[in-house]
Design a protein around this ligand. Structure first.
Ligand code: HEM
Length: 482
């Protein structure tokens, strides 16, 4: 190290860059080959606390508005925690004579230097509200560090324009930071082992950080005039994923010049699927903020999660990074589950998508909100009702996302036969009925399973990497100019 100072600033910079890159590549390689340390998994909280990542992210977002240094401070806390006694959150402990704790915060490397403890406290109290006793302080530091580095990269990008005005030393240190962040980000993308290859809940963190906020705002606005919109949007995601995978194919309109026959004409969608104008509004707002970045397939996936959350249901980290398909699949759209299917056919249709009985019971729980035309119901329409007359799917709490739907099933009060068969079918007693009873007794259990099953459904054959495209308009494939 002493000889480094004799080198010219440019050589010094390039040497440091190489060393940093090597250290990161070596450590990256170690993780990539060996997988995880026994017992650690990136899907660890997927069932027990699916909103973990969103909560940590939200608190850091808020904190950095008032203190831009927070992401850097949080990364350092994780580093100092892991280097003293392993990554066990020991750095966060205060002095406590009664428990024999002498705080690491007093060590020279931390004293009057380590900072961000109040942000960690805020994260912890938000997590304790959402899922008491589940998420460890050590994991909070680890996740906060990963989320913080994505925020830092955005800052670096913002400041790139000013790089040429910096002194050689400052430029060197900035370049080092960029190199480190790119490698760490890369590593982070690989570390998402719980998700389908190519999908990651931080996919747009750098390229379009306002994605979730924009989708949420448009849905919020839409539901002021149409309370049914959240229900209609989640159904779009379901019908998209069950026909040709979650590729946004449902959104395509007829287009003879591109050979597109719209899935919107299939029996399960025709005069039934709705909310397309809201998807258009979301897409338009996203194209304004970050042109050509967010796919229509991801808009549907994220809109589904936000819709559930807005209606009082659970929230979860949504794996993102799907790309849009360039064709439709009428055959599979024609074969969507029907309200007149018996239980074994519904089970088969779900099994074909990699979804089991728990997924079937949990996902049908989405009928806790929204409407159905009376023509689809068990009782059918009364003499005075037009066949398009709407009936609430949940007769007790029609617009709220809760577990009352399952109590309705226990009382034989589900409007759709395809719901009621999960209790009444001869096969139900040994398959779906016990799960219905479980969810009717325990809303938390239902919410946890619903989030997990939604992630599974969202993983049906996504297009990733270089497949498909990012449509400019969700109703049309992009025109190719050769
Ligand atoms: C098991 C297979 C399913 C069948 C047979 C089925 C059938 C139906 C039918 C017939 C309607 C009424 C449509 C209309 O009147 O136009 C409906 C509405 C709805 N479905 Fe399903 N569904 C199933 C699964 C699902 C799943 C997995 C989800 C979401 C995860 C879902 C979410 C909804 C919602 C929220 C509505 C209300 C939509 C609105 O008000 O616009 N359904 N479903």
């Amino acid at each position: 190290m002493t000889t480094i100072s004799c080198l010219s600033p440019a050589t010094r910079c390039s040497l440091l860059l190489t060393v940093a890159a090597l250290v990161l590549v070596v450590s990256h390689g170690a993780h990539a080959h060996g997988g995880y340390h026994a017992g650690l998994s990136s899907s660890f909280y997927d069932n027990s606390c699916p909103s973990t990542r969103d909560i940590v992210r939200r608190v850091i977002q808020d904190a950095r508005l008032a203190d831009a240094r927070i992401p850097a401070s949080l990364i350092r806390l994780h580093f100092h925690d892991c280097f003293a006694n392993g990554c066990d959150g020991s750095l966060l402990l205060d002095d406590d004579v009664s428990s024999g704790i002498v705080s690491e915060k007093k060590a020279p490397g931390n004293y009057k230097s380590a900072r961000g403890f109040n942000v960690v406290d805020n994260i912890k109290s938000s997590l304790e509200k959402a899922c008491p006793g589940i998420v460890s302080c050590a994991d909070i530091l680890t996740l906060a560090a990963e989320i913080s580095q994505a925020f830092l990269l955005i800052n670096v990008q913002v400041h790139m324009a000013t790089i040429s005005c910096l002194s050689p030393a400052a430029r060197c240190s900035l370049l080092l930071t960029i190199a480190a962040l790119v490698l760490v980000l890369n590593h982070g993308a690989h570390a998402n082992g719980g998700y389908r290859a190519g999908l990651s809940s931080s996919f747009y963190d750098s390229s379009c950080p306002s994605t979730r906020d924009i989708v949420r705002r448009v849905i919020q606005d839409a539901r002021v005039t149409d309370a049914r919109i959240p229900a209609s949007l989640i159904r779009l995601h379901f019908h998209d994923c069950f026909a040709n995978g979650c590729d946004g194919s449902l959104l395509l309109d007829d287009d003879v010049s591109s050979g597109i026959v719209s899935e919107k004409k299939a029996p399960g969608n025709y005069k039934s699927a709705r909310g397309f104008n809201v998807v258009d509004n979301i897409k338009r707002s996203l194209e304004k903020a970050c042109p050509g970045i967010v796919s229509c397939a991801d808009i549907l996936t994220l809109a589904a999660e936000i819709s559930v959350e807005l209606a009082g249901g659970p929230s979860w980290s949504v794996p993102l990074g799907r790309r849009d398909g360039t064709k439709t699949n009428i055959e599979s759209a024609d074969d969507l589950p029907s309200p007149f299917d018996p239980l074994d056919i519904l089970q088969d249709k779900f099994k074909n998508m990699g979804l089991n009985d728990i997924d079937l019971v949990a996902l049908q729980g989405a009928h806790t909100f929204g409407r159905t035309k009376c023509q689809f119901t068990q009782r059918n329409c009364t003499a005075r009702q037009d066949e398009g007359t709407l009936v609430n799917l949940d007769v007790v709490t029609p617009d709220k996302f809760d577990n009352k739907y399952y109590n309705n099933l226990l009382r034989g009060r589900a409007p759709l036969s395809s719901d009621q068969v999960m209790m009444s079918d001869p096969f139900a007693a040994t398959t779906t009925a016990p799960i219905v009873r479980r969810f009717s007794n325990n809303q938390r259990d239902f919410f946890r399973n619903f989030a997990t099953s939604m992630i599974k459904m969202g993983n049906i054959s996504p297009l990733t990497g270089r497949d498909g495209e990012i449509r400019k308009n969700c109703r049309r494939v992009n025109k190719k100019y050769y």
